[in-house]
Design a protein around this ligand. Structure first.
Ligand code: FAD
Length: 261
């Protein structure tokens, strides 16, 4: 069984710097980590590998060359292979262009049974890339996966909803996106850390996948960030004075005034 896990390197800080010229994120110099939901996706793949024979896990990331550090982390957790999809032509991609590139790389890797991604990346925060990849591959998707049972080629998936869950049966090949409730990601194995740092991480460029510059990068992206800014700090809080009853009626009045109730 072949599993591909899509992993993104994200800045480990809320103080993300922004390039004022291009209005894109500056990733250089900002401490980076494996996106938390992607760690859950990888853990699910590793659990399957722990349970069944002949499971091969490939982690795939699109990003700048320094994303190889995060991929090594994934190898040290137990992934078998890592591939970095990297090319200047991919720079500035929005979610449509990002998923075009990743789907093209997955087609190139081929023969997959299961694709796992995180629900959402903590920097872009859109939760769009997973579903878009599945559309471009023409395979079903189940998002917000919080539990999973495997029975041959059939998966029984528990999908998180706001007020409950859905149980969905789906045949592989399928793409699933993981939420943090799915599992507790394991730590890296010490012996695997050494191997992971010795390994060469293969990369793919635009020339290695079946895609053109009309489908990736800033120019090809249908959306463009034209302005980004730090949200203004909200005003100071107010402490209401009086007896409990007075405070309660003042609170109700205030909330009514701002149409919260
Ligand atoms: C309107 C808009 C315009 C944008 N324009 C630009 C721009 O001009 N320049 C720019 O640099 N960025 C831009 N971005 C950000 C860029 O689109 C995102 O970083 C990227 O598409 C991933 O989206 P996301 O972070 O929301 O991931 P999500 O959709 O939240 O990620 C979900 C999951 O998909 C997988 N995934 C996501 N990205 C990757 C990846 N790179 N490699 C492997 N797996 C991945 C992971 O498993 C992840 O958990 C833009 C975003 C938006 C919404």
């Amino acid at each position: 069984m072949k599993i591909i896990v899509c992993v993104k390197q994200v800045p480990d800080t809320t103080e993300v710097k922004i390039d004022k010229e291009t209005n894109t994120l500056i990733r250089e110099g900002v401490p980076s980590i494996l996106n938390p939901d992607d760690a859950n996706a990888l853990e699910q793949a590793l659990t399957i590998k722990d349970t069944y024979d002949n499971v091969e896990i490939t982690v795939l990331s699109m990003g700048p060359p320094q994303a190889d550090v995060m991929l090594r982390e994934c190898l040290a957790m137990g992934a078998d292979n890592a591939i970095l999809l990297t090319d200047r032509a991919f720079g500035g991609s929005d979610t449509w262009a990002t998923s075009n590139a990743i789907a093209a790389a997955i087609k190139k890797i081929g023969n997959y049974d299961l694709i796992l991604a995180g629900r959402q990346a903590i920097d872009g925060d859109t939760a769009q890339v997973g579903p878009q990849i599945s559309e471009k591959l023409g395979i079903p998707q189940v998002t917000y996966v919080e539990d999973l049972e495997m029975n041959g080629k059939t998966l029984r998936v528990k999908r998180q909803l706001e007020d409950g869950y859905e149980l969905i049966e789906v045949e592989m090949p399928v793409l699933l996106t993981a939420v943090k409730e799915l599992n507790e990601p394991r730590h890296m194995y010490i012996d695997k850390i050494f191997d992971a740092y010795k390994k060469e991480i293969p990369f793919m460029t635009i020339n290695d996948v079946d895609i053109t510059t009309t489908e990736v990068g800033l120019k090809a992206s249908p959306t463009r960030v034209f302005k980004s800014f730090t949200p203004e700090v909200k005003g100071k809080g107010v402490i209401l004075e009086g007896t409990e009853k007075e405070v309660a009626s003042k609170l109700v009045a205030e909330l009514k005034q701002v149409h919260i109730i």
